[in-house]
Write a protein that binds this ligand. Sequence first.
Ligand code: C2E
Ligand code: MG
Ligand code: MG
Length: 629
Amino acid sequence: MWDYSFAIPSLLILMIVMFFYFSLPRLPIKMNRVFLSIVLNEAFVIVLDIVSSLADENYRLFSVPFLIALNTAYFVFFIIRMYLYYIYTFVLLRINLPKKSILSIVDTIPMLISLSIIFAGMFTGYIFTIDDTGYHSGKLYNLIYVSNYFYLILSFILIYCFRDRIRRRRERRSIIGYNALMAIGLMVRIALPKLLLFDTFCVMAVILIYLAFENPEFFIELRSGTFNSHAFRSYIEENEGKGKYRILAFVIKNYHEMREIYGSAQMDHGIALISNFLVKNYSDRMFFYYRSGRFIVVGKADMDYKRMQEELWVRFHLPWKSNNTELYLDIGFAVIDCSEGYEHAAEVISTIGKLLETADKSGDQVCEYADKTTMEEYEDDLKNKLALESAIDNERVEIFLQPIMHADSKNLAGAEALARIRDEEGNLISPGAFIPIAEKNGRISQLGEQVFEKVCKFLSENDIEKMNMSFINVNLSPIQFMRNDLCDRFLRIIRRYGIDAEKIHLEITEESMKDEQQMLRQIEMMQRAGFLFALDDYGKGYSNLTRLKRTPFINIKIDMEVVWDHCKNPDNVLPMMVRSFKDIGFTITAEGIETEKMADQMSEMGADLLQGKLFSMPIPVNEFIKKYS
Ligand code: C2E
Ligand code: MG
Ligand code: MG
């Protein structure tokens, strides 16, 4: 009566998925727990589907109560099946409902009603009956589909409403994909009930989920065999607001140098040895390997981290033996005490990063410490980071202009463009807070390019000569020179706006002018292309005259601290420097001019240009145009 040619192979294929799924450790998060239920439930349904169909075909061999129980069990798992897929979708979309919200109550009702009807059916025969002629569908048989369709439709609605929660396109397709497979499978079951084909569709859905979301390897750092940074993020995100932990993190000091000294293979082995050591000795804690020699141990709220720290220090005094080599590694610690819970996972993660960075750099045996209060201080940093990302992504980096005046006539000579971004409320954030972040997370090139482009746009839209201005200064970070195509990219932008390269003076800080061959090569290339360069913040770094002579600047900007210092206690040092610079042919800008007296002092000393509060602090572009047109 029934055709098993799909159901049995489907079960066998499911076995293979299960084999792989169970062969690696699984991260204890809700998504994985639900998937585990899906897989186990799937195995039950398929086995029950096959067994009950076989029994129904040979109904004479079994007692009626046994057949009723078997068929009822099948229908129960059948109903739970779709509910579990729905919950999985719900978890994937990261929908957090308050405990008593309507949806969280309503969404179990169809399943509960269906289950009640199925149990009642054991006595009433509404769903199926078994008599002398065998198994027959009951009057209300089609009710078993109602709850399935309810969950499917609800899943699709949720996917539509919360589609932005899933960023990767492949994941978005997968979540639609397995739900579509379930929908098609269900239709096939209604059309061809004897084929037992729905099971096959469900196994396809399981495989799709496995490949897109559940492969345990996604959460495991294969070198160390421990959970990876993605796992840590997921774990800590899931427990936002409710998890109470103590986190002990440690970093192998100078990890990258150590890798060079010992070799990658040896270090990888070392990392695996450390992971093994942790797993063996502290089985009640969770371990994560967070890239670049950083380990994170998550323990209960009362974990004795001091003791663990002592023990690890003792262990790290001994070498780690790896394929004939002994690795001597030094570590620095960070403790993040979340025993009172934490609000934002991102805060915990960035705090760990910060503390480990400090621990890595410090020379002694150290342990950096943070708890709820200290973590809140890091929140500003995090906000700046988010504001930066969003400003860059949406091309909303702004420029402010600060006038630069002729020292003799006090007329406008040019301006310096300074980057600004805004936080969520629209308040300005100044560069001191976001340039270092942009330099660290590799977005400075994009930021610099946006500033450069906005300056070009300003130059193309305004006749600066009419404002008596001949140049605009743009700051460059040394990191921007790491890109070999910097010159090409800038050239392309100025051509697009039809501007003269000479109108833009690129400022590079003295501190960043170490003997970087790459940087000098690029500066020369850009100079040949017509760009002019100025040395920013002179006096903060360690340039000597001979080197400066060789570098291709046209202007030197004296750092404001140096200017202030000289104005307070005038001596011969700065005037002599300025004279030598002018002999070589540089023009001089004095920064940080706040009073008339400072302006006079600096012009007397020989500064050609003055910049500072006295004239104006940096102001928005339209204000600048209004003021100086
Ligand atoms: P900087 O290039 O030396 O810019 C001068 C800084 O001094 C500006 O701070 C300016 O507002 C401030 N300033 C000017 N005159 C006075 C004064 O009379 N008194 C005082 N107390 N301060 C004065 P800002 O805008 O906060 O910029 C800080 C630094 O951030 C800049 O120093 C520059 O190194 C960097 N920066 C700004 N924009 C960019 C950019 O687009 N790219 C890069 N790479 N760095 C930038
Ligand atoms: Mg500057
Ligand atoms: Mg400066």
